[in-house]
Structure formats: C-alpha cells, structure tokens
Write a protein that binds this ligand. Structure first.
Ligand code: GUN
Length: 281
C-alpha cells in the first residue's frame, strides 16, 4: 500500500515558516504585496483567485485583485501591468490564465517585470530555470519538488516520466527534476507507446487533465506518483489523472486529489511573493 504524500500537511509547515518571515519583514516596515489580475470570468479562475486572496490574507500578504471585463483591450491590461511594475508596494504580479482570446499571452507575460514575476512564467525566469541559475520557479512543479524533499524521497538517478509538456507544469517539472539528477522523459499526446514509458517510471508526474486515466496496473511497483490533474466528474467529485484506489496498491508513494499537489501550488506562490519582497526591499 502506497504511503500518502500529504500536500496539505507540507503546505501548512511551509506556510508557518513563511508567516515568520512575513512578521520579520513587517517589523522592518515592509508588507509583502501581491497583485492578481483577473480578466474575464472563467469559472475555474474565479475559484483559484478567491483561494489566492484567502491564502494571502491568512498569512499576512497584502493582496489586491484587479478584475477586468472580458472585452478589455490588450493595451489597457498592459497599462495596468506597467503601473504595477512601478508600484513599490507591489512585490509580486500575477495574471491569471487563461486570458481572453483577443490577447497575446506571450506579450502579456513578457510585460510583467521579471523581478515581480512570482508565477515564474516570464521568459527570463524560464531561461534562468533552463540554465539552473535561480529566478522564480513555476509554483506547481516547484511544489512537487518540495513535497519530495519533505518526505526524503530520492530523485538522483531515478527515471522520472512526466505526462504533459505545458510551459506551466510539464516543461519546468522536467527541468527541476533534471537539475536534481533524475533521468527525465516528457510524454505528450504524440508519444509512441506511452504505456511503456509510464511502466518504467520511478517518479511519475501526471499533468494531462484526463480523469483517472492512469490505473494501478500501469505503474511500476513502488513508484512515486505525483498527480497534478484536477478534474471534476459529472457527479461533482474531484479526481486526479490517476485512479487513486488502484494506483495506491501499486505505488510506493502517491499524492491524493484533492489534498496533494493543489495546496502546494498556492503555497509556492506565497513563497515566491515573500522572496520577491525580501529581494526588492
Ligand atoms: N491558471 C492555471 N494555473 C495557473 C497558475 O499557476 N498561474 C496563473 N497565473 N494562472 C493559472
């Protein structure tokens, strides 16, 4: 039976440490500030944004959400980003994705000052990650690595297989695992014989958005399974990309959904924001 990687527990522990750092910053006259920009009305984003606001409030980060209508001209959004880049009370800026179709995501993400890019999506931070030079790291894969470390799970020399090649999860997860000396394979929708790759994985990271696609008999016995998927079934139940029940009888370690990777994503956003405040003041 797999041991559970409890993201909620790890997140609480990290948040306690962050609260102390925030206290010290406040004693020095600095309150970390996060600006969240939310364009449109994507229902999943509504929930994410509300959770971010709540997490900031709980820990003592000053968060401001800028809501803009779906039909906002791109220039108006760029104007707001430029204002926030220059605002000394704002240490982190985040544009909630997805943005409306008439906007160019690359242009928007590039407009955020790399020093305030707490999502780690700016090409400068992506480049720093690629070359192993630091910079802000994307929150979800960063949270995955932190969980492995908290449980003392070895990465070095292991075969890590990542399902999904997005800029937000798959690619940065691959780089972070590579920097920790894993042998990394990224699989995607065009990968030949994906089942063979999955079966060979010592560490499996799934970020595909297909409910319960990975069953226990597809996994290598003892494998570490990090399930990044958050899928809502018609019944309303939240499930991952992994079929938890069958996978937990094969895997050595597994993250549940909810309560695994999810709580870590916002935690690493808080962590990046505190780091930005420490650097900028
Ligand atoms: N949409 C889905 N995940 C994310 C994320 O991590 N950051 C932002 N900005 N938008 C998202």
């Amino acid at each position: 039976m797999a041991k559970v990687i409890d993201g909620k527990e790890v997140a609480s522990e990290i948040r306690r440490g962050l609260a102390e750092k925030i206290q010290r910053l406040k004693e020095g006259g600095v309150t970390p500030g996060l600006a969240v920009i939310f364009v449109g009305e994507d229902p999943a984003s509504q929930i994410y944004v509300r959770n971010k606001e709540k997490a900031c409030e709980e820990i003592g980060i000053n968060s401001t959400t800028h809501r803009m209508p779906e039909d906002t001209p791109q220039n108006e959004l760029l104007g707001l980003i430029s204002k926030l880049n220059d605002d000394p009370g704002v240490h982190g800026i985040l544009v909630q994705l997805p943005i409306p179709k008439h906007m160019d995501e690359e242009v928007i993400l590039r407009a955020i000052s790399a020093d305030k890019d707490v999502d780690g999506f700016h090409p400068i931070n992506m480049g720093l990650l690629l070359t192993g030079q630091g910079g802000f790291k994307p929150c979800t894969p960063y949270g995955c690595i932190k969980m492995l470390d908290k449980y003392g799970i070895d990465i070095r020399g292991k075969k890590a297989v990542i399902l999904g090649r997005s800029n937000i999860v798959g690619k940065p997860a691959a780089l972070m695992l590579l920097h920790r000396d894993a042998t990394v394979t990224i699989c995607h929708s065009r990968t030949d014989n994906i089942a063979k790759e999955i079966r060979e994985a010592d560490i499996l990271v799934t970020a595909v958005g297909k409910p319960e696609m990975i069953k226990g008999d597809m996994i290598k016995p003892g494998a570490v399974v990090l399930d990044v998927g958050i899928n809502r079934l018609e019944s309303g139940k939240l499930v991952g990309d992994v079929h938890y029940q069958s996978a937990s009888s094969t895997a050595g370690w597994i993250t549940p959904v909810p309560g695994g990777v999810g709580p870590m994503t916002i935690t690493m956003l808080l962590s990046n924001t505190v780091e930005a405040a420490e650097k900028l003041c």
